[in-house]
Design a protein around this ligand. Sequence first.
Ligand code: AMP
Length: 280
Amino acid sequence: MKVINTKTNLKNYVLKTKQEDKKIGLVPTMGALHEGHLSLIKKSVKQNDITIVSIFINPTQFDNKEDLDKYPITTKQDLELLKSVNCDAVFIPLANDIYDGNITSTHFDFDGIENQMEGKFRKGHFNGVATIVKKLFELAKPNNAYFGEKDFQQLLIIKKLVKKNNIPVKINGLPIFREPDGLAMSSRNTRLTEEYRKAAPFIFKTLTKAKELFPKNGIKIVDWVKNEFKNHPLLSLEYFTVTNEENLIEPKKISPLKKYRGFIAVYAGKIRLIDNINLN
Ligand code: AMP
């Protein structure tokens, strides 16, 4: 596996790969890899000749300094995991290099999707995400790119980014990978204390129950979920919302012809966890 640390070296690697007429799959990550990341990488290895994984903790997508400063870094272990799934190249750049010395984000218009949920509660988050992903697409020139439904709103935003900028890449969304107790895998889970880690599966349990209640109760499940968290001794609900899966707009009335998803953000102490579930 090739370890690439600079933009110039990545460009040269991609040029050579393109000259050999090989299909490139890209999996952007922030490292501290887990089975969820590996499911995307395995898919890419299957569907492309060359898989490039990027590991970059992108400062411009963090609105919370502590979250950025304490983001887990496990590079040595990541490299071993990447080798074990036959990844071809890993790109680990420095911020100054990939941002050309100007570590700021560009402003994007994603037709309002960027202002809901994660966009509302993490100001500037999606400008940061779109800025870095656009740079990665321009450098790696992938035929395919892989993203998890764990960050469902991000997945929709990347699809918009590609459409609006005519970037020739297919965006593939993959299902959420979970721990045996239902907790959605996340690099941030390693920062949970034992007590919070034990409490955290309550999030997915509540989502699953909300899904069961949805056919009869529709949008009323929002109040039901809020109530479930009201008296929880450890977990504090930031938001739960039900939206149309395509445009992330909250429906006034449920239509049997449309697809809906429930989205949740919860604080387990200082650690912010997100999850989502398809409701029909
Ligand atoms: P991150 O390193 O958290 O930025 O995530 C990199 C990619 O992995 C994103 O496309 C995420 O949506 C995806 N991902 C993270 N956690 C999971 C999970 N539990 N299941 C599936 N994909 C995931």
